[in-house]
Design a protein. Structure first.
Lengths: 312, 143
């Protein structure tokens, strides 16, 4: 835990919750974790452009008369209408910039560029009558990752910049869950809990597996109670020990896997942002594979538990 | 690696701004406030006996053939059609743009002369699908 400098301690007259919040917000984390999250976030973008939000590129052929600018678009005077050239240009620039950014090079310059291009891509995609709600944490990640600067894989030095950035992404992820429950109560009222929203979702886009659940309306009703309960209680992830936190993250992933199996909604950008909770700095498959290969080349035996047996 | 005082203040301000933005938009905002749109996915509640609607967009070309205008056909998602229904009801001529989107993706096919948005309703009883359905025409444009 990084110590506050003397002037900061002297200036901080308010102890207790405010200072505690500050320490929590800036709790240092290894730079290597940012390196991994950064790679995952930036490498998700080509997948997003080509597959997950693949319908976005299809907007190049949709007349701009069907484009209804969002508030952010109306506030920023320089956002162009999504003509074919604008859609294609944004697509290709974003594709190239995100792949280069994933290498970790020029983290601030490329980071800000990717953030700006992705935001424009979102303004294009979300302005035809439907706004998706699965990427707030992801967009926060794109906004904060450039503030960390250089972060190398394997660099376990603790950094407040890394800590703050990852904490913001975590807050974005949990805000998505917590306020999703808030929205259910705001738009749906308490009746949402025992209503037919899940039935409706399965009828609209259910898989065969999802449709079997239509035979079990009591299960769907119980699931609705359960969903609101876990969404409202999600901030608890900030107060539990590290070991429990990993189980909570695994649980969230399992929930989304089940949702995908039933109604093919995966919340993929949100899942990528959720990796900000995990101690990814220890996962270095390429590094380990490289070291194992080098040992085999030198004729050393494998280290126990790692790599495959040496050739005879 | 400490963050210097200036950086600390800037980050703290950003954190508070984002948190306030999320709370304000989730309580009073709408989809228009993206990326701070309220997280209202699947948030509307439905009655156990309320029918469930499946919005469909159909096109008829010059040869009289009917085409289901899916996302692949036009590049427009079903939820986007639904979101723009108020605009289409106000000005059905806008559906001609849907025909144009179809033509852009299928230049070798016959042009679409009629676009129709319909809703196929499924009857529900106690939250269970009864099998009864009917089709409601919402808005149609003809060339």
């Amino acid at each position: 835990m990084a110590a506050l400098s003397e002037p900061e301690v002297a200036a901080d007259l308010r102890r207790g919750p405010v200072a505690g919040f500050g320490r929590w917000l800036f709790a240092p984390l290894p730079l290597a974790r940012v390196a991994v999250v950064r790679a995952l976030v930036y490498l998700f973008i080509p997948f997003d452009l080509l597959v997950y939000t693949g319908w976005g590129l299809a907007k190049e052929g949709v007349p701009t008369g069907l484009y209804v600018p969002l508030r952010l678009d109306r506030l920023l005077p320089f956002i162009p209408d999504p003509t074919t050239a604008v859609v294609q240009g944004t697509f290709w620039l974003l594709l190239v910039a995100s792949v280069v950014a994933a290498s970790g090079r020029l983290p601030r310059l490329l980071g800000w560029l990717v953030f700006a291009l992705y935001l424009e891509w979102m303004l294009i995609a979300m302005s035809y009558g439907k706004v998706d709600h699965d990427r707030f944490g992801f967009i926060v990640a794109l906004a904060v990752l450039p503030t960390v600067g250089a972060a190398r894989h394997g660099d376990l030095r603790l950094s407040e910049r890394a800590g703050w950035a990852l904490r913001m992404v975590q807050l974005g992820v949990i805000a998505t869950y917590f306020f999703a429950a808030w929205a259910k109560l705001r738009y749906g009222g308490l009746e949402w809990l025992w209503g037919t929203t899940l039935t409706w979702a399965i009828l609209r886009r259910g898989t065969d597996l999802g449709r079997t659940l239509l035979e079990l309306p009591w299960l769907l009703r119980a699931s609705q109670f359960f969903i609101v309960a876990f969404e409202l209680s999600s901030p608890i992830i900030f107060f539990v020990p590290e070991r429990v936190r990993r189980w909570l993250v695994a649980y969230f992933f399992a929930f989304h896997a089940a949702t995908y199996a039933a109604i093919t909604i995966s919340f993929a950008p949100h899942l990528v942002a959720m990796t900000s909770f995990l101690p990814l700095e220890h996962i270095r498959p390429l590094h380990r594979a490289g070291r194992a290969w080098q040992r085999r080349r030198r004729g050393d035996g494998p280290r126990s538990g790692l790599g495959s047996p040496a050739d005879p | 690696m400490d963050v210097r005082q200036g950086g600390r203040v800037a980050r703290l301000v950003a954190t508070i701004a984002v948190m306030v933005g999320v709370v304000v938009s989730n309580q009073w905002g709408s989809d228009d406030d993206f990326p701070f749109a309220p997280f209202k996915m699947y948030s509307t509640s439905r009655e156990l006996d309320e029918p469930v609607g499946d919005t469909q967009v159909w096109g008829i070309d010059a040869a009289g053939q009917e085409w289901r205008l899916t996302q692949e056909a036009t590049g427009i998602r079903r939820a986007e059609y639904e979101g723009q229904i108020p605009r289409f009801l106000d000005d059905p001529e806008l559906l001609e743009l849907v025909a144009e989107a179809y033509a852009a993706r299928h230049p070798s096919r016959e042009a679409i002369d009629e676009v129709s948005i319909v809703v196929e309703w499924h009857e529900l009883e106690d939250g269970v699908v009864t099998g009864d359905r009917w089709v409601e025409e919402v808005v149609t444009w003809r060339r």
